[in-house]
Structure formats: structure tokens, C-alpha cells
Design a protein around this ligand. Structure first.
Ligand code: AMP
Ligand code: MG
Length: 266
């Protein structure tokens, strides 16, 4: 799964990444079986991560409308114990949020030690939709790449592991998913006419994502470009990446604070 991690930011081109890739896995059934194994593993690792209490984990999920951020939260992270997880969804900023710097509302949701925070959208919107719609002058959003880099480096230095995922879908797949939403009345609440206006700016968004990823992919806060046209593959790549990340941490159960040797429960 390392193949999807961006390790050469300078040479990064979104067009080189196939949204329909399946890692050579033979179809959905095999993929889902592997996710089940990984989910069981994630569950064990999460308990150890929580008990260990030395690290936080910040998971950033970004992607176009219908790319499956919500679905990934439900499926790829099924193995997590809700006690140790916080999900934060970032919508258009409120007036109070807009009156502050762009990281103000974000930092408040960064994970405490021992906790996992999952961001459904994030501070990256401040160089994505903000750029595409010109919501602030260019010199202001351009400066944000460096601010984001500094912010994430600070989190990493202070013990938070940062992993960022771009859920990469094709324009055709988005069209299919938007049509499916229109055809299903129970999905209408998710459908906004503004989504169609955003869709018209597909190329602008792809360019904004490409530069954001290029400018902020670092060894301590790497981006994974997740081929997400197939939902099972999206979940598999994310789950596997988180399992690999936690396995790399040398997690241990802490020693008890008191000497329990010879203690008997009557
Ligand atoms: P959804 O994820 O479908 O609920 O939509 C949330 C909307 O909020 C998306 O259109 C985002 O682009 C928008 N949004 C999130 N963060 C920001 C931001 N910092 N500035 C402007 N719009 C934002
Ligand atoms: Mg939406």
C-alpha cells in the first residue's frame, strides 16, 4: 500500500494516479475479506495505542463531493473503539470562525495523547475551495502552504502522528454517484444544487489538490492518494495504511502504577 504514498512531492502529478486501481486484488469479495482481517488487527492495535497514551493520531480525509469520506469513516475505521476516537467534520466556516485565522477552528480538534481524531475535510479546504472561489486574495492562500507545513510539523514534534488521505475518484464516477443520489429520495438531503456548480470546476479543483499535495507532502505528515472509484479498495488502502502506521509505533501497555505482584482478589 506504500505505493500510494506520495514520496516525491516535486514530481507529483495527479494524472499519474488511476482512481480505479485495485492493487491487483481480485474483486470486491476478496477485498472485503482482507478488510475484515485488517479491521480485527486495527481493533487490537487501537487498544494498545489508547493504553500506551504517548501519541495522538490525526487522520485527515479530503476528496471531492461523493468521494466517500463518510463511507470510509464507517468502514475503514470500523475496528476503532468509539471511546478513543473523535470525528470532526469541517463545513463552511461560521462568522466567528471566519473572524479568526484559518487554523483556529482546526487546532481545537487536534487529538489529545492516546486519542485518534478523524477530520472529514480540514484546513486543506483553505487552499482548495478558498482558492477555487477566490475567497481570500491569492497571496493570503498561497502563504497557507507554509503555515500548514509548520502546523503539521509542530503537531508531529509534540507527539501527534499525522496521516493525510486524498480520496481520488474520476469525474465519471462522481457523475454516477451524483445521479444515484438524485434517483434515491432518501439521499436528497445530501444533494445540493451547489454540488453541480462545484462539479463544473472539476479541473480547477484537481489543480488545487495537486498543488496542495505537492506543497505539503512531508515524511512526518505524508499524503496517501487513495484510488477510490471502488469503495472497497478505498477502505482497504486507508485501513491498511492506519494499521501499518500503528504497527510502526512500538506501542506498549504501560506498567501498573502500583506493584501488583502477590495481590489477591478475595
Ligand atoms: P459536505 O462535506 O458535503 O458536508 O460540504 C461541506 C462544505 O463546506 C464543502 O462544500 C466544503 O468545501 C465547505 N467548506 C469546508 N471548509 C471550508 C472553508 N474553510 N471555507 C469555505 N468552505 C468550506
Ligand atoms: Mg456534500
Amino acid at each position: 500500500m506504500d505505493q500510494y504514498q506520495v514520496t516525491d512531492p516535486e514530481g507529483f502529478r495527479l494524472a499519474d494516479h488511476d482512481p480505479a486501481a485495485t492493487s491487483g486484488i481480485d474483486g470486491k469479495a476478496e477485498g472485503r475479506a482482507e478488510i475484515e482481517r485488517l479491521t480485527a488487527r486495527l481493533s487490537e492495535l487501537h487498544e494498545r495505542f489508547y493504553a500506551d497514551g504517548r501519541y495522538g493520531l490525526l487522520v485527515v480525509l479530503q476528496g471531492m463531493d461523493t468521494s466517500g469520506k463518510g463511507g470510509a469513516i464507517r468502514k475503514a475505521f470500523e475496528g476503532l473503539d468509539p471511546i478513543g476516537v473523535h470525528v470532526a467534520a469541517f463545513k463552511a466556516p461560521t462568522d466567528a470562525e471566519l473572524a479568526h485565522d484559518f487554523l483556529w477552528r482546526i487546532h481545537a480538534h487536534a487529538p489529545a495523547a492516546g486519542q485518534i481524531a478523524i477530520f472529514d475535510r480540514s484546513h486543506y479546504e483553505d487552499v482548495l475551495i478558498v482558492r477555487v472561489h477566490g475567497l481570500v486574495p491569492e497571496e493570503r492562500w498561497r502563504a497557507r502552504y507554509e503555515h500548514i507545513h509548520g502546523f503539521e510539523a509542530m503537531l508531529a514534534d509534540e507527539g501527534t502522528v499525522v496521516r493525510k488521505f486524498f480520496l481520488h475518484i474520476s469525474s465519471d464516477e462522481q457523475a454516477r454517484r451524483l445521479r444515484a443520489r438524485l434517483e434515491d429520495r432518501t439521499k436528497h438531503w445530501k444533494f445540493r444544487l451547489a454540488d453541480l456548480a462545484e462539479r463544473k470546476r472539476w479541473d480547477d479543483y484537481q489543480a488545487a489538490y495537486e498543488e496542495a499535495i505537492r506543497r505539503t507532502a512531508t515524511p512526518e505528515a505524508p499524503w496517501t492518494v487513495v484510488p477510490a472509484d471502488h469503495k472497497w479498495h478505498r477502505d482497504l488502502v486507508i485501513c491498511r495504511t492506519i494499521v501499518d502506521t500503528l504497527e510502526g509505533l512500538d506501542l506498549r501497555y504501560p506498567e501498573p502504577e502500583e506493584d501488583l505482584s502477590g495481590v489477591v482478589v478475595e
